[in-house]
Design a protein around this ligand. Structure first.
Ligand SMILES: [Zn+2]
Length: 91
């Protein structure tokens, strides 16, 4: 025990879903391709951009091994049964 510390723990429902902008459109995933031979990397919102970069990188360096990284924005929100849900819809 560490003195007078008090904690209240209770169960609440939460949801997780893709994040949207203020207009309700899904935020696009961010893409990156990274060379596994030298760690050079390139980011683009479209796969064609990362593919083209990798092809150019191979042409310049001879490196042929890559990893693609895709980051999809997610958001956690209180479920309708969560007491915080009403606070978030009124603010
Ligand atoms: Zn490389």
């Amino acid at each position: 025990m560490t003195g007078s510390e008090t904690r209240v723990l209770r169960y609440a429902d939460w949801t997780i879903s893709p994040e949207r902008d203020a207009s309700g459109h899904l935020l696009p995933p961010e893409r990156a391709v990274q060379c596994k031979d030298c760690d050079a990397a390139y980011k683009s919102s479209e796969q064609i951009g990362t593919d083209q970069w990798a092809l150019q990188h191979t042409g310049l360096t001879g490196h042929r091994r890559y990893r693609e990284l895709v980051e999809a924005p997610l958001i956690v929100r209180p479920a309708p049964t969560n007491p915080l849900a009403e606070q978030e819809t009124t603010s």
